[in-house]
Design a protein around this ligand. Structure first.
Ligand SMILES: Nc1ncnc2c1ncn2[C@@H]1O[C@H](COP(=O)(O)OP(=O)(O)O)[C@@H](O)[C@H]1O
Ligand SMILES: O=P(O)(O)O[C@H]1O[C@H](CO)[C@@H](O[C@H]2O[C@H](CO)[C@@H](O)[C@H](O)[C@H]2O)[C@H](O)[C@H]1O
Length: 491
């Protein structure tokens, strides 16, 4: 990323920029969404600071560069009233400014989030053209025809996530993108396309925040307001509970195989509806031999990068390479290989159980990949492979919970653990089959009819997961490593 001179728009913003330079390094590293926790404290350079609303408390938006090339977005509050911050804001406190006012992260401030909602509700319709409205650096855009009620209570989400979300009265959800990247945002692109096609199990995008004035690389999406999907929980929580019941032998249906099979089938159906809508809204392309070769090259280079980060993968590098080469050999035979825009990081945590079925969320793609890579057209079976991996994850997580120890290999001497591990595997196999059956029953290509593709994309996903776990949750690393071993064994 190139360096741009910082630009601020008023005197409060200059004060805040100076405070950010000084105070943000230590504060940033304490945030869940900060990515460089292992390195030394970063230097912080504000790239954009703009006031969005003034009053007793002021709301500002900032984008800062931390270290060499990582960007982070902050919504900031500046309180004029004296005294300590209320409890709910204290966790986001950045510090007292030179003039005594308190500077803090504002996503937990219902009052300021309410004012942000007002700005979203009065944004320019997206079809009014890029230069419509004010010449401020930060622009508010609305999906044409979207109704955005205001005055709803704002509540910071406590979900484990890579961004930060604020719910408004259980009707709308604003995702504040913590790592803004220049260029079209994949989630906004895909949700908008799905909204245009209509009748798809996804949340409609209502409005968004963007900037183009100060950051290199053109328009940059900073936040997305979407419909809130009332739900009974995400697929992960439901699947793990069902897997656990089967492992301990309390399955309501045929133990140890039942539990979640109907849900998995419905999930396959919801997934193919989303794939069909993305194909009709954003097109498909047949991959010719050079593109298939390029795809194999991408898989190989991802593997090489992953091995450099997770040395345990090196023992499987040759076999995994064979799996990718096999994809190159068979991809052109028989049915053509179609590429299209897809979810990109589909897993059980990305689906919500609404009253009328599953709804897919979080279309941003894999957070660990550059944005242009996430926006590529790719075989949709990649999402299927990712979801199949998730059944394996849910089973292993539930097994570890039942055994009361972190996921890992079972000793063959431990007969109880071995028996429970078999049940966990059987549950995962059953769920995976039901998901694929649902996908095929609703008009998708039967994933089991393309085993070589499925294996290659499952292997790629397991390798990605190994890197993700090594960095984020080392105790979970055995889950993807067991999959890598199993898949390599079949090469
Ligand atoms: N449209 C929505 N309606 C209701 N809840 C949602 C919606 N979108 C996200 N959520 C909730 O917020 C959590 C985080 O959202 P997600 O899009 O996965 O964020 P991130 O990209 O930061 O990981 C989800 O796990 C889900 O519980
Ligand atoms: O949800 P995110 O977009 O932040 O995705 C990242 O984190 C996920 C974990 O929260 C990670 O998913 C992996 O763990 C899940 C269980 O926690 C499991 O259901 C998935 O199958 C597994 O890939 C995801 O890979 C990562 O990109």
């Amino acid at each position: 990323m190139t360096t741009t001179p910082a630009r601020y728009t008023a005197s409060d913003t200059e004060l805040v920029a100076a405070e950010l330079r000084q105070r943000l390094p230590a504060w940033l590293v304490s945030r869940r969404w900060f990515e460089g926790k292992d390195a030394a404290l970063p230097t912080v350079e504000p790239l954009l600071v703009e006031e969005l609303a003034a009053g007793d408390a002021t709301l500002l938006l900032a984008v800062v560069r931390a270290g060499q090339d990582a960007w982070y977005q902050l919504l900031l509050g500046l309180r004029h009233d004296p005294g300590p911050l209320p409890d709910e804001l204290a966790d986001g406190r950045i510090g007292a400014c030179a003039d005594g006012r308190e500077l803090y992260e504002a996503t937990a401030d219902p009052e300021l989030m309410g004012r942000l909602l007002d700005r979203l509700a009065t944004g320019e319709p997206a079809d009014a053209g890029a230069d419509a409205g004010s010449h401020a650096s930060v622009r508010f855009r609305r999906t044409p025809g979207a109704h955005i009620p205001t005055g709803l209570p704002a509540e910071l989400s406590t979900a484990e996530q890579s961004n930060t979300s604020v719910a408004f009265g259980g009707r709308m959800m604003l995702k504040v993108l913590r790592h803004p990247a220049p260029g079209p945002n994949p989630e906004l692109e895909l949700l908008s396309a799905l909204g245009r096609v209509g009748g798809v199990p996804s949340a409609a995008p209502l409005a968004w925040i963007e900037t183009s004035a100060d950051l290199p690389g053109g328009a940059t999406t900073l936040g997305i307001l979407q419909e809130f999907v009332p739900n009974r929980g995400d697929g992960w929580a439901l699947a793990v509970a069902e897997a656990r019941a089967c492992i301990v032998g309390e399955c309501e249906s045929v133990a140890p195989l039942g539990g979640f099979a109907d849900d998995a089938h419905a999930l396959g159906q919801a997934t193919v509806r989303v794939h069909a809508a993305l194909a009709s809204g954003l097109g498909t392309r047949e991959l010719g031999p050079p593109e298939v070769e390029e795809l194999v090259g991408v898989l190989q280079s991802r593997l090489a990068r992953a091995v450099a980060q997770v040395p345990q993968l090196s023992a499987f590098e040759r076999k995994l390479g064979d799996i990718y080469r096999e994809l190159g050999e068979v991809a052109g035979r028989g049915e053509p290989l179609l590429a299209q825009r897809a979810h990109g990081d589909l897993h059980l945590g990305q689906v919500l159980r609404a009253d009328d079925g599953w709804v897919l969320i979080d279309f941003e793609g894999e957070p660990g990949r550059p944005q242009d890579e996430r926006r590529r057209m790719q075989p949709a079976i990649r999402d299927v492979a990712a979801m199949l991996r998730s059944f394996d994850y849910a089973a292993h997580h539930a097994l570890a919970d039942v055994l009361g120890r972190p996921p890992g290999e079972q000793s063959p001497q431990d007969l109880r653990a071995t028996r429970l591990a078999r049940r966990a595997s059987a549950w995962a196999v059953h769920g995976r089959r039901a998901f694929c059956a649902g996908y095929a029953d609703a008009g998708g290509v039967n994933p089991h009819g393309r085993p070589v593709l499925l294996r290659a994309f499952e292997a790629d996903k397991a390798v990605y997961e190994a890197v993700y776990e090594a960095h984020s949750r080392p105790a979970w690393l055995p889950i993807p490593m067991a999959a890598v071993r199993r898949l390599a064994g079949r090469a």
